[in-house]
Design a protein around this ligand. Sequence first.
Ligand code: XMP
Length: 536
Amino acid sequence: MEASNIANSNTTNKTKEYDKVLVLDFGGQYNQLIARRVREMNVYCEVHPYNWSLDEIKAYDPKAIIFTGGPSSVYENGAPKPDALVFSLNIPILGICYGSQLMAQTLGGEVVPAPSVASREYGRTETKFDRNSTLFRGIPEEGIVWMSHGDSVKKLPEGFHATAITQSCPYAAFEDPSRGFYAVQFHPEVNHTQHGFDILKAFVLDIARARQNWKMTDFLETSVCELREKIGQSKALLALSGGVDSSVAAALMSKAIGRNLTCVFVDHGLLRKDEANQVEEVFSKYPINFVRVDARRRFLGRLAGVTEPERKRKIIGEEFIRVFEEEARRLAGENDSLEYLVQGTIYPDVIESGLGNASVIKSHHNVGGLPEDIGFKGIVEPLRLLFKDEVRTLGRELGLPSSLVDRQPFPGPGLAIRVIGDITEEKLSILREADWIFRSELEKACIHGECSVPKSQYFAVLTNIRSVGVMGDGRTYDYTIALRCVDTSDFMTATFSRIPYDVLEKVSHRIVNEVPHVNRIVYDITSKPPATIEWE
Ligand code: XMP
């Protein structure tokens, strides 16, 4: 495929008119959060690798630069460092944690490792702020910040003075306002830092004077214009899963190119109750070509007898690509100008793909992971600059219903990884009914105020266990359904939700009475880690 990706360059034209903040990424775990916080101020912000060249930075033209934290030590060989000339661009810079040490060291100060484990700071730390600093002018003189560092600044560079202090860190913050350089050893971006958002705001709005002109309505209008301009009269194909990202991408593309968009929705037979019909119903109202491919037999055929979770995921991923390729070829045959493939990639995917090496616990399958060699001229990723909640806001702006925009995550392999062991039509249909009862009872209980506990994702699992029960006067030997409900902000860790027993009892009663071949219900009380959210 030619490299003619639209909205696929790291910096796009459409961001030109916004005041921008550039986050230079040194590998810290809260980096995305910094960008989120800045965007919450309605100031546009992007994260780029620490070694972005000076020319790239100049071309980007940020109002301010933020150096993130990171796991390295500045005095280590090969420690990540930006082009030192970044300090001569006359752009305000805020260094956070590793970024603050980097600033100190580059400008002539001294950074040293903690002399002992006891002198490292980790966690909530009491701090005193100098309120003469613009950074801390609007916050109380004392407060709690989130620290996470081994190294410390021992000597400040010339021109700098300290502006915050903790019991073991005399330079918890320091600055040289005459040059626009500010540094904090703690993490203002995490919620544990009291007034952290105010500190970031003071830097972005008061010090860098960035204008708060990043709005979703503007984004919508500019992207529609840009997409129209780039795609022109060509045609595009989008793999629609019914998930939030691909649905919002479809609605946006439909606004931009209308009937020149064809959405292919593959029904793999592993969706929840009524899900396929709901997706079709929503998108049949849009002026697009909607193709629903009934691939249920094909998927279930390939999955027959397969019990190993990773194998299931692999088969589904491969089969999806095959079905999609066939459909793309068929459509291209009918229409020789089908030039673009649209994907619902979002910003965290973009940032994560350039970073880290986290070990693979499960190979996630998404319909976004399509092959690039199926004869398209370019890939369009209209959401690649948006965070998840921004995608949801855009979806609302585009008139998508809450049932799609506020959907819980649903795994690409669908119910295949919620039927433990081998998958059959019968098991899928048992699970669909049980899952539907659980979700609707929980939602009802929420509305009636009977279940206000936090819950981010909830579903049923058909365990592969059958056990003995008694119904009426007879013995039964039927399946056990497990109910799973977790609360999480990032889906990396999660705690099980404390659903009231009364609600669980109602759900249990309904499932055993209404769903054939189920005689036992259990509630999963494991957090993540050690368990994962899904069972497979
Ligand atoms: P785990 O089970 O890894 O799940 O704790 C974390 C989140 O990811 C979802 N999940 C998937 N999403 N493709 C997806 O698109 C997948 O293969 C997949 N596996 C898990 C899961 O539902 C939860 O929200």
